[in-house]
Structure formats: C-alpha cells, structure tokens
Ligand binder design. Structure first.
Ligand SMILES: NC(=O)C1=CN([C@@H]2O[C@H](COP(=O)(O)OP(=O)(O)OC[C@H]3O[C@@H](n4cnc5c(N)ncnc54)[C@H](O)[C@@H]3O)[C@@H](O)[C@H]2O)C=CC1
Ligand SMILES: O=C(O)CCC(=O)C(=O)O
Length: 413
C-alpha cells in the first residue's frame, strides 16, 4: 500500500468518529503545497549527477510548518506527502504551535562522500530557500540526515537571507543547536514505552524489547530502556539482526556503532547474528519498536509478530491492514504521531531558544520534554477509553480536532 493511502485510511477512521463532512476532510487532508526540484551536483570523480528533491508543506493553520529532511533511496513524492501529513497531526497531538511539512532527496547517503553530501545539501537549499524560513517552514533531521547536514543547510540559507539560526533545528549544539535534540526522539519513545508498559501491568525487568533500526532514534531508545532495566534482546540495522536471549550489552553496542566509520553494527561479535527480517518474528519478545523505515509491518507478516506491544518510533511502520489485524489480536500499538513526537518537541524548544538568543540547560530540556510527552499520552489514553477506540484513532482524533478548530477559527472561504 502506498504511504499516503495508508495515512488517509487512518485519517478517515478518526474523521468518521468526529463526523467530519467530506469537503472539509479533503481540505484538511490534502497538502497546501508540493515542490519538486532538480538537484545537480558534481561528484568527487568529476561526473555530474542529478537527483530529485521534494518539500511538501501540508498544513499551516496552527503555525509555521515543521518537519524533517530525509536522504534515502526510497524518497518520492507520495512518501513525502504522507510524512508531511503525519507532521501536521503529530505537532497537533503534542500541541506545538506548528503545522506539518517534510522533505527529502532520493539518494543513498551511505554511498556518497561527506563532500558530496555537503554539495547536495547546498544545491537543495539553492532550489528551495525561498519557501522555507523561521516563520514559514522549518526543516530538521530525519533518516539519513544529521546535525552536520543541518549546519550546511543553515549556512547556505543564510547566504540568501542573513543570520537566522531558527530556520532549521537539530543543529550542532555549538552552532545554535539545543542540548538534548539528538537524544529527544529516542528519549520520548523510551519515556512512553515505560509509561505504557506500566499502565498495562508489565514489569520492566521481564519485558523483553526488540528494536528495528539502530540509528539516531533506535540507539537512543535502546539506551533509555536499557537504563530503565528493560532487557533489549535484539537490535538491527542494515547489516542484520543482533540477538541475545538474556539481553544485549547496549553500552558495548553503542561503542561499536560509534567506532564504525558508517555508524553500523557490522562486525559486532558478542551477539548472535540473524537475518534482517528475523527481528520482527522473534518468539520471546514483549515489546517491538520499529525505528527504521515505514511500511515494514503489513498483512503479510503481521501474523508472525509475537510482541504484545508495538511502539512506533518510525513514521508509518504499520500499514492499516496490519493495524486492524494486530488490534483484533489484542496487540497494543502506540502510534507514531504520539510515540516519536519527542524529536519535534525539542526542535520546538531549539527554535524558541534561537528566537530568544537564550540557551536552556539539558535538564530543563529533558524536564519539559517529559512533561509534554506525558501530558499528550494521558490525553490520548483518556480519549481512547472514552470513545472505545485504539490509541491510534484517539491520537488522530485529538490532532485532527485541533487542526479543524484552527482552520475554522481562521475562517473558511
Ligand atoms: N531523527 C528524528 O528525530 C526522528 C526520526 N523519526 C523516524 O524514525 C525513523 C528512524 O530515523 P533516524 O533514526 O533518524 O534515522 P537514521 O538514519 O539515524 O537511522 C536509521 C537506522 O535504520 C537502519 N535501517 C535502515 N533500513 C533498515 C532495515 N530494513 N532493517 C533494519 N534496520 C534498517 C539503518 O541502518 C539505521 O541504523 C524514521 O522512520 C524517521 O522518520 C521520527 C521522528 C523524529
Ligand atoms: O524535529 C522536527 O522538526 C521534525 C522531526 C520529524 O521529521 C518527525 O517527527 O518525523
């Protein structure tokens, strides 16, 4: 199923409950603007290469649009549109004064040099600098991009528009970045995993966790949950699944990742090495955390999943057919638009600090992040109980209601 079709189905399930009429649904669901650009760079070997870049601006009724930049071979317009719409509902669920957007380029950054990625980022900014800005659309990191890419982006944008670090978030801490942004998405995932499992009566030390993806989000979620005494029995990255039935040594895995030139787990010997797809099907796992790509859990493999709880650290990892099948089997799914909202929440704190020329200490960032995540969780939990719907439908109902209210207050023509 295409990514935007999947988000439309989730949107409709909530819109039905909210009894939103078809015209307004279409207005809320479709993006405000979609931009596709050609990004041409000279490769290190002297050849010219052309790539396609996208920025989809989904909704701005609640504030400037906000959302990450993805560098990955599968980036296309449909996926970017879906991810942009998720940002609109996500910023609304955690009640940030933002709308939603997303962008990306269809490349494989692992096959490019750092100099090529810098040229690519700068060429992309040359193409889209007019449509982004601190009061209009503020990018941030996502898959395949990091604080260095954010620093290049900001530097190139400021060549056109002058000093304004709030044009992008997720910057290096020494270059106007917020302390705690890098860990924020994983920390938010960890905080809500602890909260949800407690609510379901599960004991941390007996709750085995498997995490798909050991990049920014997966590795920080693993660290948080390891510190909270959860046994992490499996993690994976593009080089395969690493498994230990008694719990992996997460600090050792992190040291291995940071020592590897491409940040991979390849060559880690103190775990059983299993194929990539083994992670989703492991027998003795209570919590599954997909933290890599979207669309990984479908009708085809949903029946192989043995976990009781799925925490969606990735955007769109479970498609609607699998979602329904897992729900019927009693699996609790904490949806992406709540579970991974920690990243954009600390991006908001970074933007606020940049605009005030003021810096918060790490403990303030963490405290405010934890507060935001806990409050949003409680609202979603209550909504689900009150309307007897899944946590996903409840989260969409909250997000859509807030966007609908802002749209109506602004006045529809
Ligand atoms: N970075 C952020 O602050 C946020 C990220 N997210 C979402 O979290 C997910 C991960 O993002 P990041 O950690 O930032 O990306 P990243 O680029 O830092 O890491 C991605 C990880 O996934 C692994 N991976 C890729 N394909 C895989 C596969 N088929 N099986 C297993 N592992 C695979 C990679 O090897 C890498 O370890 C994405 O869906 C992203 O949209 C959501 C909210 C914020
Ligand atoms: O930090 C941000 O502004 C956006 C992060 C993001 O792209 C996401 O939450 O999916």
């Amino acid at each position: 199923m295409k990514a935007f079709e999947a988000t439309r189905i989730f949107f409709d399930q909530a819109a039905d409950r909210l009894e939103i009429d078809p015209d307004l649904r279409e207005a809320l669901l479709m993006p405000q603007r979609e931009v596709q650009v050609q990004v041409t760079i000279r490769l290190d070997d002297g050849r010219l290469a052309n790539y396609i870049g996208f920025r989809v601006q989904h909704d701005h009724s609640r504030g400037p649009m906000k959302g990450g930049l993805r560098f990955h071979p599968e980036v296309d317009l449909d996926e970017t549109r879906a991810l942009a719409s998720l940002m609109t509902w996500k910023t609304a669920v955690v009640d940030l004064p933002y709308g939603g957007a997303k962008g990306g380029i269809g490349i494989d950054p692992s096959k490019m040099s750092s100099a090529e990625i810098e040229r690519l980022t700068r060429a992309f900014v040359d193409q889209i600098h007019d449509i982004v800005g601190p009061d209009t659309d503020i990018p941030a990191p996502d898959m395949g991009t990091d604080h260095q890419v954010m620093a290049w982006f900001r530097n190139q944008w400021e060549k056109y528009h002058g000093f304004h670090p709030a044009v992008i978030t997720g910057k290096p801490v020494e270059e106007y970045g917020a302390k705690g942004r890098e860990e924020a998405t994983g920390r938010g995932v960890g905080t809500l995993t602890v909260k949800l499992t407690k609510r379901l009566g599960m004991d941390a030390s007996k709750t085995r966790v498997a995490i798909q993806g050991f990049g920014n989000v997966g590795s920080h979620a693993a660290k948080f949950l390891h510190d909270a005494q959860f046994p992490i029995v499996a993690v994976s990255d593009i080089t395969g699944t690493y498994y230990n039935a008694d719990g992996l040594n997460i600090p050792e895995l992190l040291r291995h990742k940071f020592a590897h030139p491409k940040g991979l787990l390849e060559g880690f010997e103190r775990a059983e090495h299993l194929p990539l797809d083994a992670l989703l099907k492991l027998d003795h796992v209570e919590v599954l955390i997909p933290a890599a790509l979207g669309g990984v859990i479908t009708q085809k493999n949903a029946q192989d999943i043995n976990a009781k709880v799925i925490v969606e650290a990735a955007n769109g990892p479970v498609d609607p057919d699998a979602d329904a099948a897992l729900h019927d089997r009693g699996v609790t799914i904490l949806p992406d638009i709540l579970a991974n909202a920690g990243g954009v929440t600390v991006s908001y704190f970074e933007w606020v600090q940049n605009r005030q020329h003021y810096r918060w200490p790490l403990d303030r960032v963490r405290q405010e992040l934890d507060h935001t995540m806990n409050e949003a969780f409680e609202k979603v939990w209550q909504m689900a109980a009150q309307h007897e719907v899944s946590l996903r439908t409840a989260a969409y109902m909250i997000g859509i209601s807030r966007v609908r209210r802002a749209t109506e207050l602004a006045g529809l023509a």
